[in-house]
Design a protein around this ligand. Structure first.
Ligand SMILES: NC(=O)c1ccc[n+]([C@@H]2O[C@H](COP(=O)([O-])OP(=O)(O)OC[C@H]3O[C@@H](n4cnc5c(N)ncnc54)[C@H](O)[C@@H]3O)[C@@H](O)[C@H]2O)c1
Length: 354
């Protein structure tokens, strides 16, 4: 039996998942897709062979039956689209960030539980070879106790355009867009400890940097709809996050920053026996009372991580695999982001209370 698949939101990232599902052959039945922009929905339907396309997700959910729905809208629509799809009897994978805040995330998880359906979050970095290799090294004791992590997702001039700069639709800037990837990856690799407090700061000094001649085309498909660039979000965010196992994570994320090189999702884990840089995958340790760096060869890059994510979603629906990115981890992430934005506003550290 093939999986009856639907999409809500058919912009940039939807094509990445569409390409993956196309590779799965007749495991997938492309039932219907929806986008507020009719032209975009139509093109997406034609490209992947969806039988129907819509501009209203409520109508799409009322007129069709789905086993699985991908929610790939801008962030402010994640909660309403996900809850509607779950209530219509579908299993849902919602793109990162799960929602605008933890409260919305909790309502989404409750809808999944009420309907007995799976809700997975699109934390694609959990599905990379680097994530599984790092977990394997930790499990086998190569790092010892991991007590500090540095995570960096800095872009010198990398504003995606469109709604990504509009706080009312994005919920924030590089922290909620890019930081989310590396904060979640850090938590995942060290066993999903619970965050207890954060100290954060955000800035908006350089903005969208649309003046730069070197700036490429916006990669939000919806950017074409904006007459004037909107930039009501931070351009740089930085934070310290303390977890209940004693570990501390330092994170930094930017759309615009005067720096030399981008750091697209880099992570360094510091353990009592060894440190580990993810890209390139390298251990930092001691050998015969001397400092030693060990380069590891093997499947240690991100690999085919979008494929792995989408297969994990389908296998988890079928009960063949455990879901690697369940709703509760999406909520923990939103708790961290809520606290960082709160801390940035007040200038004080914020305790995360449940
Ligand atoms: N996992 C990743 O690495 C990754 C990469 C890029 C984007 N994303 C996430 O994917 C989501 C979409 O990002 P994108 O880059 O594709 O943006 P995009 O601007 O290219 O596309 C978003 C689309 O959603 C549509 N939309 C918004 N509200 C809708 C609604 N209520 N009903 C139907 N359609 C609606 C818009 O019209 C637009 O076409 C975001 O949440 C983003 O954070 C994840």
């Amino acid at each position: 039996m093939s999986v009856k698949l639907g999409f809500i939101g058919t912009g940039s990232i939807a094509h990445v998942h569409g390409d993956v599902y196309k590779r799965m052959g007749n495991r997938i039945e492309f039932v219907a897709c929806c986008d507020l922009n009719e032209e975009r929905a139509k093109k997406f339907a034609e490209k992947y062979g969806f039988k129907k396309y819509y501009t209203d997700y409520r109508q799409m959910l009322a007129e069709n039956k789905f086993d699985a729905v991908e929610v790939c809208t801008w962030n402010s629509a994640h909660a309403e689209c996900t809850i509607a799809a779950l209530n219509a009897g579908a299993n849902v994978k919602c793109e990162k960030p799960m929602a605008m805040n933890a409260q919305e995330g909790i309502a989404m998880k409750e809808a999944a539980e009420k309907n007995g359906k799976l809700l997975m979050v699109g934390f694609v970095r959990r599905h990379g070879n680097d994530a599984s290799a790092a977990i394997d090294f930790i499990d086998k004791g190569y790092l010892g106790d991991v007590y500090f992590i540095k995570a960096s997702y800095l872009r010198r001039a990398g504003f995606p355009g469109g709604w990504f700069g509009d706080k009312s639709r994005s919920g924030g800037g590089p922290l909620i867009d890019l930081g989310v990837h590396v904060i979640d990856l850090s938590r995942y690799i060290i066993g999903n400890p619970k965050p207890v407090s954060v100290f954060g700061a955000t800035f908006n000094k350089l903005g969208a940097r649309t003046n730069l001649k070197t700036n490429g085309k916006a990669w939000s498909a919806a950017a074409e709809e904006e007459k004037e660039p909107i930039f009501t979000v931070e351009d740089l965010a930085t934070a310290m996050i303390r977890f209940d196992n004693g570990a501390v994570l330092y994170v930094e994320a930017s759309f615009s920053l005067n720096m030399s090189n981008n750091t697209p999702g880099g992570l360094v884990l510091y353990g009592s026996k060894a440190g580990l840089t993810l890209d390139p995958f390298e251990l930092h340790t001691e050998c015969n009372d001397m400092i030693a760096d060990i380069k590891i060869s093997g499947p240690t890059g991100t690999g085919d991580f979008f494929y792995n994510e989408d297969i994990n979603f389908l296998d988890a629906i079928d009960g063949k695999a455990e879901c690697k990115a369940p709703a509760e981890d999406g909520i923990e992430l939103m708790r961290i982001l809520d606290a960082i934005y709160e801390s940035a506003k007040t200038g004080r550290s914020v305790d995360i209370v449940r």
